[in-house]
Ligand binder design. Structure first.
Ligand code: ISL
Length: 487
């Protein structure tokens, strides 16, 4: 299991209200105890923070808000000492407008490292509005995200060489891999054709938008794979790619490309047996067709937390046992193991997500509220950068740690048992609204996705359950792990 540390909100080492690398290092013991195999650190590089670090001004340094390069090195080394691998984010589709290259471009020097044109086309930014901004001399530059995130020109050899060098910089420092931001972006189609579609942003993930999932992007991933493979140990690449279908997604994890790709089809599936079974089967088959593991994810810093998406803590508990029973790799977003809900009523003045600034209904602030560590007021934070709701005491790490039935205990236990589970997934027939599958050595997982009890004979001895276990029935919105006797 790979644990996503949203650095800003995970743990604060210097008491300034913003999470940082020292804070994360201080909590490595907690993560080891939870049972994580690796952590993924969201961007901590020098940045004006217009998109909370996904706008990088210096790819080889740490922003003072998060610490120093020495802190990064110490965190990596200490994690390794605990058997935890460290994956860092790399943001290759765009830089910050504060990056020296873009500052040069504004002065008319080496503009071709970015995408400047005399006339804009009709593309819209993911965050809303035109994807083009005009500069003083009349030219326009492309930014698929915020205007402070100009898109790089990946046809330029210097861009390719620079990122290869940045990869080597972090690999030399000891990281175990990269989460590749917008891995389906980077290469734009020849001639930047108009889309001519009125509702472009809603069409992302379809074949309609020509700026994502171009075939030519795979050549970059292949060249990165060669770099990863040239280092000792296993260094991995994880694609953040929003591909229209599982087949298209599987192309990012072909044997000579990246190792994993977040399964956003799974993340996007509602709490219903039929659609979930379909997406699980399809994802396993397509990943296996290229020899890659499936990679499951329920929450991250860009989407509404799944307690809120699914509508209840019971469902989130069951969803955790379902995900952690599946073959492949699972990603857990910090706070998910505490069952944190989306914070829906953040005061407007704190909400600075560029996506929300354009569209108040789509803000990503509510899933980025800091982790409650202690039960007392402040939850272990002094003036957290986003206010933390009243009533989160019982959700804190402190409160849940010693509580047998807590969400945290469920994750800990599931992660411990998961290490003993292997083999392919085999579906069994089961009543409507339920999912039942087995793995090797008699491991069975049952899930009831309905709001009613469903009669089902116990397939073995229960070993872990998200809800009550009654003989002969599956409790509403619950999942159970069983050990059947192997003949
Ligand atoms: O394509 C999308 C949805 O179908 C977008 O969600 C897009 O892939 C996604 O927003 C990319 O997210 C990543 O890059 C962004 C940053 O704001 C996010 O936080 C990051 O996860 C720009 O760097």
């Amino acid at each position: 299991m790979i644990y996503q540390v949203y650095v800003r909100s995970f743990a604060d080492g210097n008491g300034d209200g913003v999470g940082d690398l020292i804070g994360a290092r201080d909590r490595l013991g907690y993560l080891a105890d939870l049972g994580v195999d690796a952590i993924w650190l969201t961007p901590f590089y020098t940045s004006p923070m217009a998109d909370f670090g996904y706008d990088v001004a210096d790819y080889r340094d740490v922003d003072p808000l998060f610490g120093t390069l020495g802190d990064a090195k110490a965190l990596i080394d200490e994690a390794h000492g605990l058997g935890i691998r460290v994956i860092v984010d790399i943001v290759p589709n765009h830089t910050s407008s504060a990056h020296p290259w873009f500052q040069e471009a504004l002065r008319g020097v080496n503009r071709d490292r970015y995408i400047f044109r005399d006339q804009p086309n009709d593309w819209e930014s993911i965050f809303g509005g035109s994807a083009w901004t005009q500069v003083e001399d009349g030219q326009w530059y492309l930014h698929l995200f915020d205007s402070s995130q100009p898109d790089l020109n990946w046809d330029h050899p210097e861009v390719r060489a620079e990122f290869e060098s940045v990869l080597r910089f972090w690999l030399d420092l000891g990281v175990d891999g990269f989460r590749v931001d917008v891995a389906h972006g980077m290469v734009k189609p020849e001639g930047l054709p108009d889309i001519g579609h009125a509702d472009q942003v809603r069409m992302i993930g379809s074949d309609v938008v020509p700026y994502f999932d171009n075939d030519a992007v795979h050549e970059i991933h292949r060249s990165w794979r060669k770099i990863l493979d040239s280092y000792p140990g296993e260094r991995i690449g994880v694609a953040e790619a929003w591909a229209p279908t599982p087949e298209r997604l599987a192309r990012y994890v072909r044997p000579d490309e990246l190792h994993q790709a977040f399964n956003f089809h799974y993340l996007g599936t509602r709490w219903e047996a039929g659609p979930l079974r379909h997406v699980i089967t399809e994802s396993l088959e397509t990943a296996a067709s290229v020899g890659a593991p499936s990679t499951w994810v329920l929450s991250n810093h860009d989407v509404k937390r799944h307690v809120t998406r699914f509508g209840s803590v019971e469902r989130a508990r069951a969803a955790a046992l379902l995900m952690l029973a599946l073959p492949g790799s699972a990603y857990v977003y910090n706070g998910e193991e505490l069952g944190l809900p989306e914070v829906l009523d953040l005061p407007e003045e704190f909400c600075l997500d560029p996506q929300r600034l354009r569209d108040p209904d789509s803000g990503r602030d509510g899933c980025r509220v800091p982790m409650p560590w202690t039960s007392a007021e402040g939850y272990g934070w002094s003036s957290p950068w986003l206010p933390m709701p009243a009533g989160w005491g019982p959700l804190s790490v402190e409160a849940q740690s010693g509580e047998a039935g807590s969400m945290l205990s469920l994750y800990r236990e599931a992660l411990r048992l998961r290490r003993t589970v292997s083999g392919e997934l085999r579906w069994s027939d089961s009543p409507e609204g339920t999912l039942v599958f087995s793995r090797d050595d008699g491991f069975v997982c049952t899930v009831n996705l309905t709001g009613s009890e469903i009669a089902f004979p116990a397939p073995g001895e229960p070993v872990l359950s998200s809800g009550p276990v009654e003989p002969g029935t599956l409790a509403p919105d619950s999942a159970t792990w069983w050990r059947a006797k192997v003949a």
